[in-house]
Design a protein around this ligand. Structure first.
Ligand code: UDP
Length: 481
């Protein structure tokens, strides 16, 4: 008798950086296990809604159904200046009734709900409809460790973390340096601290936690997460390293002016510059970066976004409508565009980053160290010049340079101070020209090999995904009996 396959419902946070790994995960379950996948899209405003839906629909290749949930209005619930660390969890709480209504109409009802650390309020809907409840942490194991351990640090550490003299200790894991802490942990009186702690506590209600990393990349941290004497007593749910989950390059999209230009450049000769899906730079920082690139005398592709008052997450997820209001690239230094004509390519549209990174001409990546960008860089063997801006990116930058050895770091933190042109020039040349760059390139290629091994049949992430698939099928069978 033919038994039907489980139906997996994915509820990611709004924003392309969150959606992309969920789409990748959905595609893995659809292609490897033939599961039916529905992605429930949450948007934070109308502009992000249209953009995300278009891009995700194009990327999904019809392997995943896309359900757009109606936008929720949180203006009466949050301060107008509320940070993304507040707006995201509040949006995810407010979306629950719409998510419930949608689930009630879907046949067959999903067997499993997989959501983000801030999406666990939807677990009440999963319980009502007898679904399994999983969290997919689209970041790495060290971030998960800090998230589940924060409620304990909250009790143990006396005084605000920013005033600590020593790094924060997490059992069995690397300690987190105070200067690398991200916004929600910097001020206990801010709502985003409570939201982050709440997320860490609610993770324990899940049937399991998927992580966008792989066993061999972070062996010590995964071991600590499972060890009852370390973090296993905090998070009892099983942990599944299923990564690196990224969307794959689709050769058909490698056309247009940019790829015509890249095709003419020698291998490993171009620096790719991008700060992810939502971050912007200040005008001053943008000017220094432009001159730094010019001074480096290296070829480059720069995905620019119109500058804001300050660097970081201030404009994150507020849409990119600012771009159209400027003369095209009028915010770049005078004469820059004509001076770089033969060596640089500047673009402000959404581009397929995986297509760029997989192009043989790309030799380095100036990146904000967003986790998707990091994974995409590893899978394409491209070393990083770490330019962290916000969220957990400072932790990532530390891990990439000190633990993985695949990146160089700037002398100053771009979130604290403008990085000068000479510093940018030096770091670009360090990777592209100096001998040190060769070692870093070799190291990133070792990581690439390790990632590919984890993903292929019999590899650690492949096995973890198969184990999960079996649990979903067992649940489905129980429901059918
Ligand atoms: N991305 C892209 N084109 C762009 C900007 C970003 O394809 O013009 C993709 C990129 O490949 C990555 C994601 O958007 O998958 C950004 O995620 P990341 O975690 O690096 O940063 P975030 O956007 O969350 O800050």
């Amino acid at each position: 008798m033919e038994t039907s396959k489980p139906h997996v419902g994915l509820l990611p946070l709004p924003g392309m950086g969150h959606l992309i790994p969920y789409l990748g995960l959905g595609k893995l379950f659809a292609t490897h296990h033939n599961f039916k996948i529905t992605i429930f899209l949450v948007s934070i405003d109308h502009s992000s809604q249209t953009e995300s839906k278009t891009i995700i629909s194009e990327m999904s290749n019809e392997l995943c159904n896309i359900v757009q949930l109606p936008p929720v209005d949180i203006t009466s619930l949050v301060d107008p200046n509320a940070t993304i660390g507040v707006r995201l969890p509040v949006t995810m709480r407010e979306i629950v009734p719409a998510f419930r209504s949608s689930i009630a109409t879907i046949m067959p009802c999903p067997t499993v709900l997989i959501t983000d650390i801030f999406g666990t309020d939807a677990f009440s809907v999963a319980d009502e409809f007898d679904m399994l409840k999983y969290v997919f942490v689209s970041l790495h194991a060290w971030f998960l460790a800090l998230t589940i351990y924060t409620p304990i640090l909250d009790k143990e550490v006396k005084g605000e973390y920013v005033h600590q003299k020593e790094p924060l200790k997490i059992p069995g894991c690397a300690s987190v340096r105070v200067e690398d802490l991200f916004d929600p942990l910097l001020d206990w009186t801010n709502q985003q601290y409570d939201e982050y702690m709440r997320a860490g506590i609610r993770l324990r209600m899940s049937d399991g936690v998927l992580v966008n990393s792989w066993e061999e990349l972070q062996p010590k941290t995964f071991a600590a997460l499972r060890d009852d004497k370390l973090l296993g007593c905090v998070l009892k749910s099983p942990v599944y390293p299923v990564g690196p989950v990224v969307t794959q390059s689709d050769d058909s999209s490698k056309s247009g002016l940019l790829f015509d230009w890249l095709n003419k450049q020698p291998n490993d000769s171009v620096v790719y510059v991008s700060f992810g899906s939502g971050a912007t730079l200040s005008h001053e920082q943008m000017t220094e970066l432009a001159f730094g690139l010019e001074l480096s005398k290296q070829r480059f592709v720069w995905v620019v976004r119109a500058p804001t008052e300050k660097s970081g997450d201030k404009a994150y997820l507020k849409g990119r409508s600012g771009d159209e209001n400027h003369d095209q690239f009028g915010y770049l230094p005078k004469g820059f565009m004509s001076r770089i004509q033969n060596v640089g390519f500047v673009i402000s549209d959404w581009v397929s980053q995986v297509d760029i990174l997989s192009h043989p001409s790309i030799g380095a990546f100036i990146s904000h160290c967003g986790w998707n960008s990091t994974l995409e860089s590893i899978l394409n063997g491209v070393p990083i010049i770490a330019f962290p801006l916000f969220a957990e990116q400072k932790m990532n930058a530390t891990m990439l340079t000190e633990e993985f050895g695949m990146a160089v770091r700037l002398e100053v933190l771009p979130s604290n101070k403008v990085v000068g042109r000479e510093e940018i020039q030096n770091k670009v040349r360090k990777i592209m020209v100096d001998k040190e760059g060769h070692g870093i390139r070799d190291r990133v290629n070792e990581l690439k090999y390790s990632a590919e091994k984890a993903l292929c049949k019999g590899g650690s992430s492949y096995r973890a995904l198969s184990e999960l698939a079996k649990s979903f099928e067992a649940r489905m069978q129980l429901q059918n009996e």
